[in-house]
Design a protein around this ligand. Structure first.
Ligand SMILES: CC(C)(COP(=O)(O)OP(=O)(O)OC[C@H]1O[C@@H](n2cnc3c(N)ncnc32)[C@H](O)[C@@H]1OP(=O)(O)O)[C@@H](O)C(=O)NCCC(=O)NCCS
Length: 178
């Protein structure tokens, strides 16, 4: 694998040529009907470059969720994408490791959290993530607040500090999901 460079930008500072890639990559990585869910705005973009070319990306946000009635502040990870031409070379794995370092070291948070399709969960488990038990609820504009997270998604966490995850079986996103 060529040496990778990994950079972070606040949303407002993302170079326009990278921003323009997002809808293109989204079409390549998530073809087919789009979910009707309204997603949370994220705070940060992370981009992975191999030999100067962008090859993988994800976004990050900070959120205080509730699990088992306990508030926990997490670094949320969204929009993990490596376009087909670059897949299978370890770029997303490297990207996720860098993102969780960022959550721990730059954001100073004890957990990273993401949601994924069930078929993708083993990929994250291999990288050390743990699926949460139980259900998840989230807010939506227009009256869906409090409805259950209904698309059979899996939520995973990665502990990054010496803090136990609370006991429980219900995650509340306390806002829009990511
Ligand atoms: C998932 C994705 C980010 C992986 O990117 P990548 O740079 O190829 O990842 P890596 O090279 O680090 O790891 C590849 C691993 O991804 C996993 N993977 C990729 N696509 C998968 C799929 N459709 N089903 C199950 N596992 C898959 C496999 O474990 C694969 O391992 P293998 O190469 O040994 O088969 C990329 O395939 C992608 O963008 N897919 C479409 C969008 C998506 O599903 N994003 C994740 C949302 S939760």
């Amino acid at each position: 694998m060529s040496p990778l460079e990994i950079s972070h930008w606040l949303n407002a500072d993302v170079p326009p040529e990278l921003l323009a890639l997002v809808p293109v990559w989204r079409g390549l990585c998530f073809p087919g009907p789009q979910s009707a869910v309204v997603w949370a705005a994220t705070d940060w973009h992370q981009w992975v470059f191999a030999a100067g070319e962008p090859v993988s990306t994800l976004r990050l946000l900070t959120r205080t969720v509730t699990f088992g009635g306990q508030p926990v502040t997490v670094g949320g990870i969204a929009g993990v994408m490596t376009p087909p031409a670059y897949q299978g070379r370890g770029y997303a794995s490297a990207s996720l490791r860098a993102a969780t370092d960022f959550v721990r070291d730059r954001l100073g948070l004890p957990f990273a959290m993401l949601g994924c399709y069930p078929h993708m969960a083993p990929f994250y488990v291999r990288l050390g993530w743990t699926p949460l038990p139980g259900d998840a609820i989230f807010a939506q504009p227009g009256g869906l607040t409090g409805q259950r997270f209904t698309w059979n998604d899996v939520i995973l966490i990665l502990p990054l500090a010496d803090q136990p995850w609370p006991e429980g079986d219900l995650l509340d996103f306390n806002g829009l999901p990511w």
